[in-house]
Write a protein that binds this ligand. Sequence first.
Ligand code: GDP
Ligand code: MG
Length: 163
Amino acid sequence: TNVTVAIVGRPNVGKSTLFNRLVGKKLAIVDDTPGVTRDRREGLGRIGDLTFTLVDTAGYEDANDNSLEARMRQQTEIAIADADVILFMFDARAGLTPTDEHFARLLRRASKDIHVVGNKAEGRAAEPGLLEAFNLGFGEPIPLSAEHGLGLADLYTVISQAV
Ligand code: GDP
Ligand code: MG
């Protein structure tokens, strides 16, 4: 398939953990494109029989002349422009932070297929955060544990709908 799925969200929510799980280290391709996209990673993602192009957004944590907010905006807007499906990841145990709300505002402007993914949801501690994220207005959050490989069936469902 030629569906492109981007994982977007603030640092430390588990984007790269999900990327590595779905792409597999042997298949990961490091993209050395200079500029704002130099840390963007793209690879062939796979869940069961479903394959797709997966993009891991990163890099705005790096030292840069630009403000954090400007880097976030650039990365998010690049991901929005290129992707068919956007997985907006937050840390379900931590709940929504102001940085998450900032991402939500950027994403709300995009007329793309956006799914909220509540990562680190392997325990009960994720439940309040998942309820909170319902209020973002992107539909029912998908509980996920990128580290433990839980919730992948729900990801399969939303990605296969876009294929
Ligand atoms: P990124 O900055 O969004 O790419 O986040 P990373 O993938 O680098 O993960 C940040 C931290 O969260 C790491 O310490 C991971 O081990 C941890 N992490 C990732 N996924 C999970 C998960 O499903 N559950 C828990 N408890 N920790 C996770
Ligand atoms: Mg990362």
